[in-house]
Write a protein that binds this ligand. Structure first.
Ligand SMILES: Nc1nc2c(ncn2[C@@H]2O[C@H](COP(=O)(O)OP(=O)(O)O)[C@@H](O)[C@H]2O)c(=O)[nH]1
Ligand SMILES: [Mg+2]
Length: 454
C-alpha cells in the first residue's frame, strides 16, 4: 500500500438528491436527514451545487426516483456541471448502476459518503482497518459479475481508502482482503488493550475535539490553531492536517486534533467503523466536547456524545463543554455554567463539565477557552511560583521565559526574581531556584525590591 501524493484539487461539485417513501409531504425526519447530508457533503470536501427531493409512496425498482425526477436531476447536474450526485437513501447495486448510466456521472449514496469521510479521518490502526472493512463489505455485493466496473469511477469522493490508498475493486481479492482485515482487527484490538495509553516519544499532551457534524469543530480547530502560537513545525511535520501543535498561554505545548463528527442518522452498518475512528479520542488528555448551543437538539446531542465517549473508554477523561455558536443565542444568555448545567440536565446527567461559551465564527470567548484548557489540562500542570535566579545564570533565565509565563520580573545587581506561571516540568528543572511558598504570617508574597541580600 503505497501512499499517493495528494494534489490540491478544486472541490467536487455535488448535486444532492433526497428521496422519501411516503404519501403526502416530506417528514421532519427526512428533511433533517437531507440537511445533514449537505453538511456531510461539505465535510467530505464537496461543493453543493444543487438539491432536489422526491416524495413517493412507491420507489422505482430500477432507479429509485421516477423517470421524470431522474431527468430533472440530469438537467440540474448538467447545468451546474456537477461531478457527482449524492443520494440520501440506500441504493441497491442495480439502482446505483442505472442511475450512473442515466445521469452520466458518478452516483453515491449516504453510506458511501460517510465512509469516505471516515476514510479520510481514521488515524488509529484499528480505525483504518475498520473503515476499510466497512468499505469493502459495502462494495462487494455491488461488484457482482461486474469485474472492475467500479474503476470507471475514477477517483474522488466514494473511492478513497484510509490513508489515501486506493480501494481494491477486484471481487476475489476483496474477499481475501476482508478475511485478512478481520484477523488484523482482532490482533490490533488485543495489542491495543495491552498498550493503552502508552505514549509516543513526543511527550506532548493531546486535546481532541469531539461532537456532532456541524457543531463547529473544524471552525474552532482552525481558530485555535491560528490564534495559538504554532509550536515547532518540524517536530510534527509528519502529522496529518487534522492534527496541529500549538502553545497555550502557559507556554505548554499541546497537540490538538479535529476528529470525525457524530452523524445523526448513522447507518447501522457503519457503527463499528465510526467507533474505531473515534478511538483516538480515548487517548486524549483532554476532550473539547463541542456542541451547537443554538440547536434545539443540543441536549440530546450532549447525551449521545457522553454515552459514546463512555463506551470507547473516555468517560474519565477530563472534558470541557464548549458551547459553540454563542453568537446565535438571545442576548442575555451569557452564563456558561448555567447553560452547561441545563444541557447536562436535559441529557439526564448531573455533573457538568467546565463550560465555556464561544463563537468559532466571531472568535468571541476564545481567550476564555484557552485559559480553561490551561486550567483543566492535567498533563504537566501549571502553578504560580517564584524563582530567584543568580543574574549570571542567563541560560536559566532564558529557559524560564521560554517554558513559563513570566508575570513579573525584578532585577537587582546579583539576582533576578521572577513571578511565573510554570508547568511542573519547568519547576522540576529549576527547583534549585524555586522560592518556597510564602507562609501565612508574611506580609506579601511578591518580591520586595530591597529583599535582595548577599
Ligand atoms: N453562527 C455560527 N456558525 C458557526 C459557528 N461555528 C461554526 N459555524 C458554522 O457551522 C457550520 C459547521 O461548522 P464546522 O466547523 O464545519 O462543523 P464541524 O462539522 O463540527 O466540523 C459551518 O457553516 C460554520 O460556518 C459559530 O460560532 N457561529
Ligand atoms: Mg469538521
Amino acid at each position: 500500500m503505497k501512499p499517493t501524493i495528494s494534489v490540491a484539487q478544486a472541490p467536487e461539485k455535488a448535486i444532492l438528491a433526497g428521496f422519501e417513501r411516503r404519501r403526502g409531504a416530506v417528514s421532519d425526519a427526512a428533511s433533517d436527514s437531507f440537511q445533514e447530508l449537505s453538511e456531510l457533503a461539505r465535510t467530505a470536501g464537496a461543493h453543493v451545487a444543487g438539491e432536489l427531493f422526491q416524495v413517493r409512496p412507491d420507489p422505482d425498482a430500477a432507479t429509485l426516483f421516477g423517470q421524470g425526477k431522474v431527468r430533472e436531476i440530469r438537467e440540474l447536474a448538467d447545468a451546474s456541471q456537477a461531478d457527482v450526485v449524492i443520494v440520501d437513501h440506500d441504493l441497491t447495486p442495480t439502482q446505483q448502476r442505472n442511475l450512473e448510466k442515466a445521469l452520466d456521472r458518478k452516483v453515491i449514496d449516504r453510506t458511501q459518503l460517510i465512509l469516505d469521510i471516515f476514510a479520510s479521518r481514521a488515524r488509529t490502526a484499528e480505525g483504518r482497518l475498520q473503515v476499510e472493512l466497512a468499505q469493502l463489505k459495502y462494495l462487494l455485493p455491488r461488484l457482482a459479475g461486474q469485474g472492475t466496473a467500479l474503476s470507471r469511477l475514477g477517483g474522488g469522493i466514494g473511492t478513497r481508502g484510509p490513508g489515501e490508498t486506493k480501494l481494491e475493486t477486484d471481487r476475489r481479492r476483496i474477499q481475501v482482503r476482508i478475511g485478512k482485515l478481520e484477523k488484523d482487527i482482532e490482533r490490533v484490538r488485543r495489542a491495543r488493550a495491552l498498550h493503552r495509553r502508552k505514549r509516543d516519544a513526543v511527550p506532548v499532551p493531546t486535546v481532541s475535539l469531539a461532537g456532532y457534524t456541524n457543531a463547529g469543530k473544524s471552525t474552532l480547530f482552525n481558530r485555535l490553531t491560528a490564534a495559538g502560537v504554532l509550536a515547532d513545525a518540524r517536530m510534527f511535520a509528519t502529522l496529518d492536517p487534522t492534527v496541529r501543535s500549538l502553545t497555550l498561554p502557559s507556554r505548554r505545548k499541546i497537540l490538538i486534533s479535529d476528529t470525525v463528527g457524530f452523524v445523526r442518522n448513522l447507518p447501522t452498518t457503519l457503527i463499528d467503523a465510526f467507533r474505531a475512528t473515534l478511538e483516538e479520542v480515548a487517548d486524549a488528555e483532554l476532550i473539547l466536547h463541542v456542541v451547537d448551543v443554538s440547536s434545539d437538539q443540543a441536549s440530546a446531542h450532549v447525551g449521545e456524545v457522553l454515552r459514546v465517549l463512555g463506551e470507547i473508554g473516555a468517560a474519565q477523561t477530563p472534558q470541557i463543554l464548549v458551547l459553540n455558536k454563542s453568537d446565535r443565542l438571545p442576548a442575555g444568555e451569557t452564563d456558561a455554567a448555567l447553560i452547561g448545567a441545563r444541557l447536562f440536565d436535559g441529557a439526564g446527567r448531573t455533573t457538568p463539565a467546565p463550560s465555556v461559551l464561544v463563537s468559532g465564527l466571531t472568535g468571541q470567548g476564545l481567550a476564555d477557552l484557552f485559559d480553561t484548557i490551561d486550567r483543566n489540562l492535567p498533563f504537566d500542570p501549571v502553578e504560580s511560583v517564584q524563582f530567584r535566579v543568580p543574574i549570571h545564570d542567563a541560560a536559566a533565565i532564558a529557559l524560564i521565559h521560554q517554558f513559563g509565563k513570566v508575570r513579573a520580573a525584578h532585577y537587582s545587581d546579583n539576582w533576578c526574581e521572577l513571578e511565573v506561571d510554570a508547568p511542573e516540568s519547568l519547576r522540576r528543572r529549576m527547583d534549585r531556584y524555586l522560592v518556597p511558598p510564602a507562609t501565612p504570617g508574611r506580609e506579601s508574597s511578591g518580591p520586595v525590591e530591597n529583599s535582595v541580600q548577599n
